[in-house]
Ligand binder design. Sequence first.
Ligand code: UDP
Length: 241
Amino acid sequence: NESNLQYRRVILKLSGESLADSGGRGISSQEMGEIANQIKQAHESGCQIAIVVGGGNILRGAQFSGSNALVQEATAHYMGMLATMINSLAMQDAIERTGLSTRVMSAVPMDKIAETFIRRRAIRHLEKGRVIILAAGIGNPFVTTDTAAAQRALEIDADVVLKATRVDGVYSDDPEKNPHAVLYDSLTFRDVTEKQLRVMDATAIALCAEHDKPILVFNFKKSGSIVRAVNGETVGTWIGA
Ligand code: UDP
């Protein structure tokens, strides 16, 4: 039965860099358009989609505070949360261009710009077929949007965290540096911790492990990969209990 393979509800984690040109900065219409088209197709297959957008193409708190002596680290993290809002608004328009209905929901209230994230309202939007875009992470400094993706996946009871990356999945070493790095088909949470594999940040992994929420790391650059991922086809690396 094919419908058993398909996820009912997913969290899609898009890094800020995935919206950027190859240099990793700024916001590219071309990149956003391609992602939006894939989201449209994935949604057509009947899946409820909540997107957590990062801000790394604009600013990451830890990096920024390291290079700017005048800005405290906590301040820089709030700046990073605002960066995710900038990306979320851009993604909203890109996705609505495909004909889908969307809502941006912010973890930090910004009521002139977006709704505030309220769990039950978020679920209601999904049930009505809207794609929700979750901005400002979890609204607290010193974590990243990976943690937000895990946290929201638990809250809205998503079936899986889909972590979109530029590489095909999780490797034994950085594949962009080591040509002998091996790609894993599947891993347990324990493997990830023991082998110190870089999948998502440690808080995100701990949350998913504790609550048995699987993660699929896959290459969103391969055409159709988001659709295949929500259909439960084998793409990337599966991480589960
Ligand atoms: N951030 C935060 N709290 C959150 C989510 C994000 O403080 O709940 C800040 C943090 O500084 C982070 C930045 O926002 O570095 C941008 O998010 P992230 O680095 O996750 O973006 P990505 O790497 O996915 O583009």
